[in-house]
Design a protein. Structure first.
Length: 279
């Protein structure tokens, strides 16, 4: 197979719709808020496009993530062909489900970025990079809606990367839902006040953590008229309550994309995103 060559016309800024073009992907059967959330905080020079992975029989099992891991390369190639400057993958489980390990994921992202001349970042590994950048060692994980095998995979990945996970548990472990089945029925969208209540609970279990994390693609009806919002929308309020960083996998991914582009958000953000400096 011939080596890939990115279409040459994208190297000329006059051929691009935006000076900075970002491609997002997410798991099948999800309406992902990441492209919209990222665009709302980005400078006007940024354009965003989303391309969901397509697996007709997908039911969010970890083995399906591993089986369809190669779709990420198809996504990167597609976005490179269409002029993306950076590609980003939403969904924290894919890194540990792959079985590649922390160093294997780092190498895989680097390989795809170099092969298609377009940097590629995964949410699960972006969290590792962000925590290292912020010199955070002890973390507690608000596992939200994640099934036990999902969040235990995240914990194992973080531990392999060298972090001390002092506590972890989902909304069932925290006592907000009687069963995992009840959590699943919410389709990953929860009452608006659960964000604050759940982080308060996690902080009480792990008062010595350096930072509090939340994984996955969790949504809370905390917006106007009950509009669903991802954790990035309530980050400032929760950090004020905790007195410590609150980092979601989404925020870590946005931080990594901004860092690659040499840009910073134009709207008020929490500690991680506010640590960025424009280049």
């Amino acid at each position: 197979m011939d080596a890939y060559t990115k279409p040459a016309h994208w190297s000329d800024p006059r051929n691009k719709l935006f000076p900075h073009q970002v491609g997002f992907t997410c798991p099948p059967y999800d309406w992902d808020a990441a492209p919209a959330d990222f665009l709302r905080m980005a400078p006007d020079s940024v354009g965003v496009h989303g391309r969901m992975l397509h697996v007709p029989d997908y039911v969010h099992r970890l083995d399906q993530r591993k089986k369809n891991f190669d779709l990420l390369e198809e996504f990167v190639q597609c976005m490179a062909n269409n002029g993306a400057d950076v590609c980003a993958q939403v969904g924290s489980n894919w890194v540990h489900a792959s079985g590649l390990g922390v160093e294997g994921i780092r190498q895989h992202c680097q390989m795809l970025g170099e092969k298609y001349d377009t940097p590629f970042h995964m949410a699960g590994y972006a969290m590792v990079e962000a925590l290292r950048d912020q010199n955070i060692e002890k973390v507690a994980l608000n596992a939200a809606y994640h099934h036990r095998d999902w969040w235990q995979g995240t914990v194992a990945f973080l531990k392999e990367a060298g972090f001390d996970v002092v506590w972890a548990g989902n909304f069932h472990d925290q006592g907000w839902f009687a069963t995992q089945e009840e959590i699943n029925q919410c389709i990953w969208c929860f009452d608006g006040d659960l964000a604050q209540k759940s982080f308060q609970y996690v902080a009480e279990q792990a008062p010595n953590a350096d930072a509090y994390l939340i994984n996955g693609m969790c949504n809370f009806r905390s917006g106007l008229n009950g509009q669903a919002q991802r954790p990035v929308h309530v980050e400032l309020a929760i950090e004020a309550m905790l007195g410590k960083p609150m980092i979601s996998h989404d925020n870590a991914l946005y931080w990594r994309v901004f860092k690659t582009l040499g840009l910073t958000p134009v709207t008020p953000q929490g500690r991680l995103l506010s640590s960025l400096k424009a280049e």
